[in-house]
Design a protein around this ligand. Structure first.
Ligand SMILES: Nc1ncnc2c1ncn2[C@@H]1O[C@H](COP(=O)(O)OP(=O)(O)O)[C@@H](O)[C@H]1O
Ligand SMILES: O=C(O)C1=C[C@@H](OP(=O)(O)O)[C@@H](O)[C@H](O)C1
Ligand SMILES: [Mg+2]
Length: 199
């Protein structure tokens, strides 16, 4: 008689991990969408390393993002951001959360497109504003009318974020709900599973 081994159904996280394969998962979207927080939680669920590109930029430059903007201006920050992201996306799999402007820079977007699966966390203005107005570490919002700045950025950037491979609506629900939606999308994405980004 053949032995019958008990089998357990793979969890959502395991299916998502299989769907991602060897690709990196890269969160993009506007300030306050939840890229840093949801990215970290997703990485934990997937059992993968997590990197926040703003934190990595601050680590290598030994300056805060605000200090970098003040000392060198936005264009130098973008150049540094592009270099850091290009380096980070070599090899995989891992989860990477970018700063809101990264995917807008053509050069950086090319690295992201080649470096894995991009995921846009999309949110409406009221949600974004409620979240970003609680903190003051984002230099682009140190303006006279920061809500208007955010709205202008939405108008400029949303057509570009829409180029991402996956879109998930970031809304007023528990973070765990958003994470499980991300995992469900990855689990369903088995077409390109196994594709590598490191040659
Ligand atoms: N689904 C959510 N529910 C409640 N708060 C959230 C949610 N997603 C993100 N946040 C909060 O919004 C703020 C901005 O999130 P963060 O991850 O820093 O955004 P980003 O990196 O996209 O700018 C944080 O305080 C975070 O805890
Ligand atoms: O939208 C942007 O251009 C920026 C977003 C920030 O990151 P978050 O989107 O994580 O806040 C940070 O990279 C910098 O302040 C510029
Ligand atoms: Mg962030």
């Amino acid at each position: 008689m053949t032995d019958v081994f008990p089998t357990t159904a793979p969890s959502l996280a395991e299916k998502a991990r299989a769907g991602l394969g060897r690709r990196n998962l890269i969160f993009v979207g506007l300030m306050g969408a939840g890229k840093s927080v949801i990215g970290r939680m997703t990485a934990t669920q997937l059992g993968l390393p997590f990197i926040d590109t703003d934190a990595e930029i601050e680590r290598v430059s030994r300056m805060t993002i605000s200090e970098l903007f003040a000392a060198y201006g936005e264009s130098e920050f973008r150049a540094l951001e592009a270099r850091v992201i290009c380096r980070l996306l070599k090899g995989g799999p891992k989860v990477v959360s970018t700063g809101g402007g990264a995917f807008i820079n053509e050069n950086t977007r090319k690295h992201i497109e080649e470096g894995g699966l991009s995921l846009w966390l999309k949110a409406d203005l009221d949600i974004l504003w409620a979240r970003v107005s609680k903190r003051d570490h984002r230099p682009l919002l140190k303006a006279e009318n920061p809500r208007q700045v955010l709205e202008n950025l939405m108008n400029q950037r949303y057509p570009i974020y829409s180029l991402a491979d996956i879109t998930i609506l970031s809304r007023d629900v528990r973070k765990e709900v958003i994470v499980s939606e991300v995992l469900s999308r990855l689990a369903a994405d088995d077409n390109e599973s196994g594709r590598t980004n490191d040659g």
